[in-house]
Write a protein that binds this ligand. Sequence first.
Ligand SMILES: [Zn+2]
Length: 375
Amino acid sequence: MCSATEKSLNPLVKLIQKVLQENDPSLKVVFAVGAGISTSAGIPDFRSPKTGLYHNLSKLNLPYPEAVFDIDFFAKNPKPFNLLCNELYPGKFLPTKFHYLIKLFHDKNLLKRCYTQNIDNLERLAGLPDDKVVEAHGSFVKNHCIKCHEELSIKEFRSFLVKDEIPKCSKCKNYVKPDIVFFGEALPHEFFDKWDEDLSDGIDVCIVAGTSLQVYPFATLPGETPDSTWRILINREKCGDFEMNSRKKDLVLLGDADEIASMLIKQLGWEDDLNKLLENGRALLKENKLTLFKDEELIVETAEERSKELAKEIAEVETAEEKKPIEEDKNVTELLGEIEKLDIGSKNDNANKDSKGKDNEEKNIKEKDAEDKKR
Ligand SMILES: [Zn+2]
């Protein structure tokens, strides 16, 4: 089968352009993604026999590779999972172009939801807010005791990992694991709830990417969308419902997820936006700030660091000023003259209508409801 070309992307590009031109925020785009969008980030693929994670884990004398995700095995021997946890812990990998493509859909007010099978949290690290991501197989965002289900904060959980210790419950001293779905565990109810909600609200475009649609119930999602939905498959091969029940409004784009994301971004003229996101992501990764910590925690940490940096900068400026020759004042006058000539006033201040506050509020209420239900 031939791979995707710029021309084959045309229908999707035209659709998005039309919606954006008409300034119509009602287009509801849903992404359903899998491991294929994360491989270029360097996340090891679970299933590939040679390079995959299971293969590397074979060094740990597991009774069978999948035991690392077996809850009974974990209760007896949490070490292999902990090792894997350390290896995969969010903050070591930069989101891929494809993750940033999803973020751009969000920024352009086109994203309804992103359903992911991945546990790498790269969707969140690319900047998607909590209410836009549904991690079907769980994630590292929360951690609970396997016995009494007491929550352990990300910060506490991390502090165990950093010391190479197995995270333990502060209440009952049993092991704690992230809310990643293990074999035999149920999928988060959020997955089913949000999907029902999105289906009843309507889905205009469903973009399925980087998945061969082999893992259920996730694999059923594209087939459950109504016939009116545009379905786009971005994958190395045709698969699942796209193969077995192809529809008139299907668009199959075969190839590498990142390459297709690049083509799409180019055709939509979103390259500058992508570059800004990539730059920002790289800077955060370099400073170890590409984390799942809640903003407040991060601010406390960075505020301390920042105040130290500032003190250092001030000291440096003071020393430099003492040594500064008088002639430099002339440069400053010249520069100020140049700045005055700049036409800054015409710059369009595109204030971002941020609904984050409201979203978070809603989310908190929903989370509280869910927790109440659990009790
Ligand atoms: Zn406990």
